[in-house]
Design a protein around this ligand. Structure first.
Ligand code: ADP
Ligand code: MG
Ligand code: MG
Length: 273
């Protein structure tokens, strides 16, 4: 079992409106590190039933638990345990050692090469596909919720605080609790949206941001009507993938299973001249 007395709490590694994230090491086996995500209970907290049980738990925990049954996905941060201590929730998470957020990685790396981008995108797609298989819509995929380990560029999706179960019914715009710049245009226009095309939109947004070092769209107006400026250094295949993921009509957008089959992921070795 896990309880907090087993851990020695170290530095704060993240902070938000919610509370803080600390690194902690296991007292007996010093090498084992975890991340403690500490949150104060609030009126706005959403609760869901854990599958197979009737106990409602914090939605973030319920959604993560769906992803923790074997076989797990290496690209989704692991939830070891969670605790309720008085007015606080503490999530005991796998600690991503020597990592940066994708946001920081993009800031620190000028002109990320397509090979690196491809490696990251393959892992992001693996994480997204895994979430869909377990019926989880993450709902807040952006560069601060993606960790990248260095130098190996292993990607870990974190922060299921806005996650929702995927059902037959579409989501309403108000179900979208993630950062506004990640909202798909159909949520803004039609007020309803489906998880799969929304995921594909986000994949396009992430690839654009990795390749350009800035957001594809800055506000709702540009999400609905704006043009994206593509850098001329991008390969034709890369431009095509971005454009097809960012088609505003979700019925015409690339489908999730088509994304990983896109030719950008299968670069043919150039012929020696
Ligand atoms: P919030 O719900 O407030 O956005 P997050 O779960 O996104 O909280 O965590 C906030 C920040 O803490 C992240 O952007 C990241 O920098 C850091 N962080 C969170 N979880 C981990 C982890 N498991 N390993 C390393 N850093 C983490
Ligand atoms: Mg976050
Ligand atoms: Mg969150």
């Amino acid at each position: 079992g896990f309880d907090l007395s087993q851990f020695e709490v170290g530095d704060m590694i993240g902070e938000g409106a919610f509370g803080q994230v600390y690194v902690a090491s296991h007292k007996r086996s010093k090498r084992v590190k975890v991340a403690l995500k500490c949150m104060v209970k609030s009126q706005q907290d959403r609760y869901l039933d854990v599958d197979g049980h009737s106990t409602p738990v914090l939605a973030e925990v319920a959604m993560m638990l769906r992803l923790m049954n074997a076989p797990r996905c290496p690209n989704i941060i692991r939830l070891h345990h969670w605790l309720e201590i008085e007015d606080n929730f503490v999530l005991i998470l796998e600690y991503a050692e020597s990592c940066k957020t994708l946001l920081q990685y993009i800031k620190d790396t000028a002109d990320i090469e397509e090979n690196q981008a491809r490696q990251l995108m393959r892992q992001l797609i693996r994480a997204v596909m895994f979430c869909t298989e377990r019926g989880v819509f993450h709902g807040d995929i952006h560069t601060a919720n993606i960790l990248v380990t260095l130098p190996r560029l292993e990607l870990k999706l974190i922060d299921f605080g806005c996650a929702q179960p995927i059902t037959q019914k579409p989501f309403n715009k108000s179900d979208y609790r993630g950062a506004g710049h990640g909202m798909p245009p159909e949520a803004l226009r039609c007020r309803v949206f489906h998880a799969y095309p929304a995921y594909v939109w986000t994949i396009g947004i992430m690839l654009y941001e990795i390749m350009h070092g800035r957001l594809a769209f800055n506000n709702r107006q540009s999400i609905m009507f704006g043009c994206i400026e593509i850098h001329p250094r991008l390969s034709t295949a890369c431009v095509d993938l971005i454009s097809q993921c960012l088609i505003r009509n979700p019925a015409k957008r690339l489908q999730l299973h088509q994304v990983e089959e896109h030719c950008w992921f299968n670069p043919t070795t150039p012929n020696p001249v």
